[in-house]
Every structure is written in structure tokens, then in C-alpha cells.
Design a binder for this molecule. Structure first.
Ligand code: GDP
Length: 136
């Protein structure tokens, strides 16, 4: 099963991409696709469409377009649930010790990594960034 992770602009700018990928590989994920992208405003709005009505929507779009990010399709058994577990809670102050966000996130918004939150969203999000590629 595939899920989508994005190493967010804060973590890339801080040079933490390698450490984060390493942590994910240790947790049993295999990298199936990756792309370094600088999202435009329309792309970020489309990706986070479900959050459009939230008060943090504009700051979130602004943050996600502030620099390059690294979407990755990751494979593992029970991938969606397992990736949510290894990234930890949205706010690093609440994230369990050893999770990616506890280790590398700066704040609730600048929180290092995105992970799909359901199998349906994982399919949509993998197709959003990797529309042409069958998993290798
Ligand atoms: P996730 O599934 O853990 O990434 O969390 P959500 O889907 O609830 O939110 C999407 C993203 O919006 C989060 O990863 C944060 O980057 C950002 N975000 C969520 N809640 C807040 C908030 O209360 N304030 C701010 N500034 N950003 C938030």
C-alpha cells in the first residue's frame, strides 16, 4: 500500500530531509517516487482544499509556497496508519518522543512533514504529485 508524505519547506531549508527520510526507512517504508517541487499558490490551495474554511488556511498556503518541498510516495504494509504514527501529532509539543515532528518540527504550522490521513486521501494525494508514474 502507498501513502504520500511531504517534507515541508521548513525541514528542507533546515537541511533535515536526509534525517527524516532515514527515520522513515527505519520505520519500514520504501521510497517509490519523489520530486523536489516549489508549489505555486494554486497548487497549494488545491492540495489543501479541505482546509479552505479553516483560519490557518492562508498562512498554511503561504508557508507551503515559501520554498521547495519534497513529496514522496512511500510503500509499506498498513502505510497510511503507520506513517501517521511515525510523524506524530500536528503540534510538535504534543508529538510522542521519537516521532518525526517531535524530533524535527518547529511549530504547529512549520511541522516538518505532511502525511495522508486516510486511504482515500492517500490515493488522491499520490496522484496529485505523481499522476503519470506507476509505482516502481
Ligand atoms: P496534519 O494532518 O497533522 O498535517 O494536520 P491538519 O490536516 O489538521 O492540518 C494541516 C496542516 O495545517 C498542519 O500540518 C499544519 O502545517 C497546519 N496547521 C494545522 N493546524 C494549525 C493551526 O492551528 N495553526 C496553524 N498556523 N497551522 C496549522
Amino acid at each position: 500500500m502507498l501513502t504520500l508524505a511531504i517534507i515541508k519547506p521548513d525541514a528542507l531549508a533546515a537541511g533535515r530531509a536526509g534525517k527524516i527520510l532515514s527515520r522513515l526507512e527505519e520505520a519500514g517504508f520504501t521510497l517509490r517516487a519523489a520530486r523536489l517541487v516549489r508549489l505555486g499558490t494554486a497548487d497549494a490551495e488545491a492540495f489543501y482544499e479541505v482546509h479552505r474554511a479553516r483560519p490557518f488556511f492562508r498562512p498554511l498556503v503561504s508557508f507551503m509556497t515559501s520554498g521547495p518541498c519534497l513529496p514522496m510516495a512511500l510503500e509499506r504494509e498498513d502505510a497510511v496508519r503507520a506513517l501517521r504514527e511515525v510523524i506524530g501529532a500536528t503540534d510538535p509539543k504534543e508529538a510522542a518522543p521519537g516521532t518525526v515532528r517531535a524530533l524535527y518540527a518547529e511549530s504547529k504550522e512549520r511541522n516538518a512533514i505532511h502525511a495522508s490521513d486516510s486511504e482515500e486521501n492517500a490515493k488522491r494525494e499520490v496522484a496529485f504529485f505523481f499522476p503519470d508514474s506507476a509505482p516502481v
